[in-house]
Design a protein around this ligand. Structure first.
Ligand code: AMP
Ligand code: MG
Length: 343
């Protein structure tokens, strides 16, 4: 875990280009990073009038992300807070009063579910937990790594209908009517939270939450772009397939290298096709570019479990762009994507 965090940290630092602070002609670029939120590394960087002013921005980002992290956590409880674990624990028992943010997230999850034809389904937490537990056990004890049992996966999939999630905006409650349906918002939470946080940040800054990158404008007031890297799925954290120019919007990658384990010599990753209940086999990585980071995160997961033509239809509907990488290292670009490639 520590090794992974360190690798992510290095990636994030490289990804956003340079060490802090970097003095330019007229502005200093500051940078802060913190670990432990959303099980990944967060980097904030950008210009500010002073270090104190930048530190204040970074502190607010950390505070807000910590709150989102706790609200969307399905594994841990926090004193005095009803989060998604509370909602899961109360499935089939009673509605749970939650903050409006949780209502807003789940409403967006429902629209991502409909948009993707059920491919991005945060109500398949039961299936995802079986993969999560098998992966954790396999990483801790590689010699005995096992796949989840298919009969168990199928039984869990019987209880993965988003219709069981009743969102009541008037009472600000969420009720899972089926006691066996469980939520897991891992496919969208980082991007969704990053979007809300970025909307409150000053212009010309870059926020990366585990590779979910949001830019609040170009790097300089003159319009010079930020440069970010897209990881090479073969490169284990320190090599890039491309570097991209970024002047605003959001850049999100789903990759089979992000969370995976090996069973009998074969890699099994964390993005599950709801039809097969197995890790999707189409792609090694998909990078999505669009204005909204929550949507970009949902689309990166959706495109990962779809053939390219169907993914392109989704992109067209959403006004987004993408790059796909297949298992032979082949790269494919949606219209417009190549224009933002730097190298
Ligand atoms: P991402 O890296 O954004 O593609 O999200 C991957 C995470 O989303 C996984 O770790 C799971 O928690 C969850 N997930 C995997 N497959 C799906 C799916 N088909 N629908 C919804 N969530 C999923
Ligand atoms: Mg995603």
């Amino acid at each position: 875990m520590a090794k992974r965090i360190l690798a992510l940290c290095l990636l994030a630092l490289l990804l956003t280009g340079c060490a802090a602070p970097t003095v330019q002609t007229k502005q200093t670029i500051y940078e802060a990073s913190f670990l432990s939120l959303f099980d990944t590394v967060t980097v904030v960087k950008g210009p500010a009038e002073s270090k104190a002013a930048f530190d204040e921005v970074a502190r607010t980002v950390q505070e807000d992300l910590t709150h989102y992290h706790q609200l969307f956590d399905v594994y841990n409880s926090y004193e005095g807070l009803n989060n998604l674990k509370t909602v899961n624990d109360m499935a089939g028992v009673a509605p749970v009063k939650v903050e409006k943010v949780v209502i807003d997230l789940l409403k967006d999850c429902r629209s991502y579910y409909e948009l993707s034809g059920g491919k991005v389904n945060v109500a398949m937490g039961g299936v995802l937990k079986l993969w999560h537990d098998a992966r954790s056990a396999g990483i801790n004890d590689p010699a005995n790594a096992k796949l989840p049992d298919m009969a168990d996966l199928q039984a869990a999939a019987e209880h993965s209908s988003f219709d069981a999630v009743v969102i009541d905006e008037v009472t600000s409650t969420v009720y899972i009517t089926d006691p066996l349906v469980q939520l897991d918002v891992g496919a969208v939470a980082k991007g969704w939270a990053a979007q809300r946080v970025a909307e409150k940040m000053p212009a010309n800054m870059l926020l990366s939450v585990g590779g979910n990158v949001c830019a609040t404008g170009p790097k300089t007031k003159n319009g010079d772009p930020w440069v970010i890297g897209v990881q090479n799925p073969e490169g284990a954290g320190d090599s890039y397939l491309h570097t991209l120019y970024v002047t605003g919007g959001s850049y999100v990658t789903s990759g089979d290298y992000q969370r995976a384990y090996v069973v009998e010599g074969k890699l099994y990753h964390h993005i599950i096709d709801p039809n097969t209940l197995m890790p999707s086999a189409y792609w090694r990585s998909v990078t999505v570019v669009c204005d909204d980071s929550g949507l970009a995160d949902a689309l990166s997961t959706a495109l990962f479990v779809l053939p390219r033509e169907e993914g392109q239809k989704l992109l067209d509907e959403c006004g987004a762009m993408a790059m796909w990488v297949d298992s032979q290292g082949g790269t494919y670009y949606s219209p417009g994507f190549e224009e933002i490639i730097r190298t």
